[in-house]
Ligand binder design. Sequence first.
Ligand SMILES: [Zn+2]
Length: 198
Amino acid sequence: MASQSITTTLTLPSKICSKAQFGFSSKPLFFKVVSAFQTKSCVAIRAMGSSASSSSHNSDSSSQDAGKMDYSSTSDAEWKKKLSGEQYYVTRQKGTERAFTGEYWNTKTPGTYHCICCDTPLYESSTKFDSGTGWPSYYEPIGNNVKSKLDLSIIFMPRQEVLCATCGAHLGHVFDDGPPPTGKRHCINSASLKLKPK
Ligand SMILES: [Zn+2]
């Protein structure tokens, strides 16, 4: 069984393995998952040189604004229908796109980056900076529209995951090696964003 071999060959934390097993039965997708995990390891190495965001940073803060639509009951099947394969993998399965391959890593167009899932405005282009990582990077989100959560999916490498506060979409991670004025680096997957030019 393919899912069995994922567990044995990758020796990933069981939390990830069960995620990887979910919904992936065909062979091409299996390999896609494996290569995605390899990418994730590279991210870990890259981020290793810098300090991961401290746990005091807004951990598990619930910043959902009142009056916003409730996406908690939206099923996986519904998200799958609404999103492309890559968008679904990144936002709903906490995947990571390969560096320098996403739509926005080098984009300088003025505008607002919205959540691909629920259209909430997440980042202004004015806070985007060239991090050299191959992922779109921002030093500040819009208001409380993103939230962060401790991510222990890589052993010995605690990170702060960044999620859309409205729909819970996985966006990327936040680190403490960003530029002024915040010193934060929101390292975000292009696949989770939709740029609306000004
Ligand atoms: Zn969202």
